[in-house]
Design a protein around this ligand. Structure first.
Ligand code: TRP
Ligand code: ZN
Length: 461
C-alpha cells in the first residue's frame, strides 16, 4: 500500500492516436470524461452487470473468455465504445445478433444494428482469446491487470488494468455487479471476488462460479488461479463469512498477519456501519513484490510479511473505494485518506498511543510536494497527499466535532452512498449536515491546500 513508488514520467493513457485510421463507419470515441483519465470509458454507457466466463491454464499467459455485458444506454447510441486491450476478439453480438466491430488500440468499437435509444437496456457479448496486454502503469511503475506467473495468474488492476482481460467501461464511476464462471485444469483452484456459488469437476477441469452481487468498480474485481490452501475460520465476524487463500507453503508468520480480521471487521463496523458484503478474506499471491490491493471481498497481498496495519487498510477500502466508489479519479483521496485514517482507528482500539502515527503522517506529508486533495495528474493519485493529507483532514474534522458526531458523519456518508459513486461534495454535504459551518471550516483548508495546516492537537478527544 504505502510504498510510494512514484516517478516515471507519466502521461494520460493513450486516446486513440489521431493518426489511427478507423475502418469506414466508425467514429473516434470520446471517453467517459474522467479528469485524470479522459480517454477511458464511454459516458453513454451504464454497465449494470458483467457475466464473465474465463478459461485459463496456470503458467500459460493466455485467457479464453466470453463477456456478456448488460448495459443501459445513457443517451442515444450509434456506436458502443468499450475499453479492451490484449486478447483477440473472436466475435461480438448486440442483443444476440452479430455486430460489426473494430478492435483499435485499447478500444473495442461496436456498431449496433440500429441506434439504441437513451434508456434502452441491451446486451453486448464478446468472445475472445489470447494474451492479456502487458500494462505498466506509467504513473507508478506497477504492472496492472491479468498477470501470469509460473504457478498461476492473478488480477490487480487499480487504476485501469481491468480492460487487459475483459471488455469494460473502465472507469470507477460506472460500477457493476459480476457473475464469474472460471475454469482451470484439475488440481488448481480458481477464486475470485464474490460468493462462491458452484464448483464442479468435468473432463479434467474444475468449473467454479462466483457472484458479486453488489456493484463494484472494475479495478476492484480480482481473480486468482493457482495452488492454494483455502482457509475458512469458523464464522466469527457477525455473520460475515471469512475465507482466505494462501499459496501452499506460505510461512505461518505471513498467514498470522490475517488472524485479526474478525476483530478488525468489528472495530471498523463500529465506525462505518455494517461491512458491505457477505464475505471477506485475502488472497496471497506467490509474488513477494506486489503491493497489497483492496480487491473486492478478497484483498490481494504479496507473499511477504505485511503489518496488521496494511491488512486493516485493505479491509477499510471495502467500504471506501469498493462499496462507495470514486466518481472521478482526481478524488482518490476519498479512498486512500479514509483507509489510512482507519489505521488510526484500529490502533486506538488496541490501546496504542496514536500520537506517533499522526506525527509520522504529518512528517511524510511535509516532505512531499504539497497540493490540495483534488489531484490534477495521474502521478499524484497515490502520493502522500492522498494518503496522509486525506487522513489528517479527517482527523481535523474529528477533533472539531468530537467522536459521537464523527461516527455519525462516517456512518451516514457510508449508508447514503454505499453502492454508489461519490465526490468530495457528497462527503461535505454530510459534514455540513451534522457538523455545520464550524466542521466545514475545520476540514476546508486540508481540502484546498496547498499549504499544510497545523496538525490539530486540541479538541474533544
Ligand atoms: N490502493 C492501494 C492501497 O493503498 C495502492 C495501489 C494503487 C495499488 N494502485 C495499485 C496496489 C496497483 C497494487 C496495484 O491499498
Ligand atoms: Zn489504500
Amino acid at each position: 500500500m504505502k510504498r510510494l513508488l512514484l516517478t516515471l514520467a507519466l502521461a494520460c493513457p493513450p486516446a486513440l492516436a489521431q493518426t489511427t485510421t478507423l475502418p469506414p463507419g466508425f467514429t473516434a470515441p470520446a471517453g467517459y470524461g474522467d479528469r485524470i483519465y479522459p480517454a477511458l470509458g464511454d459516458a453513454g454507457l451504464d454497465v449494470t452487470h458483467y457475466d464473465l466466463s474465463l478459461s485459463a491454464t496456470p503458467g500459460v499467459d493466455s485467457v479464453a473468455g466470453r463477456a456478456v455485458l448488460s448495459i443501459l444506454a445513457r443517451r442515444d447510441l450509434s456506436q458502443i465504445n468499450l475499453d479492451f486491450a490484449g486478447p483477440g476478439v473472436l466475435g461480438v453480438k448486440v442483443d444476440g445478433r452479430a455486430a460489426r466491430h473494430a478492435h483499435v488500440g485499447d478500444k473495442l468499437l461496436i456498431l449496433p444494428p440500429g441506434v439504441l435509444a437513451a434508456g434502452t437496456a441491451f446486451t453486448v457479448t464478446v468472445a475472445y482469446s489470447g494474451t492479456p496486454a502487458l500494462h505498466i502503469d506509467p504513473a507508478d511503475d506497477l504492472r496492472l491487470g491479468w498477470i501470469t506467473q509460473a504457478g498461476g495468474s492473478y488480477v490487480l488492476s487499480e487504476p485501469d488494468g481491468a480492460h487487459t482481460f475483459f471488455p469494460c467501461n473502465d472507469v470507477p464511476a460506472d460500477g457493476a455487479s459480476y457473475s464469474l464462471h472460471l475454469d482451470v485444469p484439475a488440481g488448481f483452484t480458481a477464486i475470485a471476488s464474490g460468493v462462491q456459488t458452484h464448483s464442479q469437476m468435468r473432463a479434467g477441469r474444475v468449473y467454479t462460479e462466483f457472484e458479486q452481487a453488489a456493484p463494484i468498480p472494475s479495478y476492484a474485481l480480482t481473480v486468482h488461479i493457482g495452488r492454494f490452501e483455502r482457509v475458512t475460520p469458523p464464522d466469527a465476524a457477525g455473520g460475515i463469512q471469512i475465507r482466505n487463500a494462501f499459496p501452499l507453503g506460505l510461512p505461518a508468520e505471513v498467514r498470522a498477519t490475517f488472524d485479526q480480521t474478525p476483530a478488525m471487521l468489528g472495530v471498523l463496523a463500529g465506525w462505518f456501519g455494517p461491512y458491505p458484503y457477505p464475505v471477506y478474506g485475502v488472497a496471497v499471491t506467490e509474488d513477494p513484490q506486489i503491493l497489497a490491493l483492496e480487491t473486492a471481498t478478497l484483498s490481494t497481498f504479496p507473499a511477504r510479511q505485511e503489518t496488521p496495519a496494511t491488512a486493516l487498510h485493505e479491509l477499510a477500502h471495502q467500504w471506501f473505494g469498493d462499496s462507495l466508489r470514486l466518481g472521478d479519479w482526481s478524488e482518490v483521496w476519498l479512498n486512500e485518506g479514509f483507509a489510512t485514517y482507519a489505521e488510526l482507528l484500529w490502533a486506538q482500539s488496541q490501546g496504542q498511543d496514536t500520537a506517533p502515527l499522526l506525527a509520522r503522517w504529518y512528517a511524510r506529508l511535509a516532505r512531499a510536494p504539497a497540493r490540495g486533495l483534488v489531484a490534477t495528474q495521474a502521478r499524484q493519485l497515490f502520493d502522500a497527499n492522498s494518503y496522509y493529507r486525506g487522513a489528517l483532514a479527517l482527523h481535523a474534522l474529528r477533533l472539531k466535532v468530537g467522536d459521537a458526531l464523527f461516527r455519525q458523519i462516517l456512518s451516514t456518508y457510508v449508508a447514503r452512498f454505499s453502492g454508489q459513486s461519490v465526490r468530495t461534495a457528497d462527503l461535505l454535504g454530510v459534514v455540513g449536515q451534522f457538523g455545520g459551518p464550524a466542521a466545514l471550516e475545520a476540514i476546508g483548508p486540508w481540502l484546498t491546500g496547498p499549504e499544510i495546516p497545523a496538525l490539530p492537537t486540541t479538541g474533544t478527544f
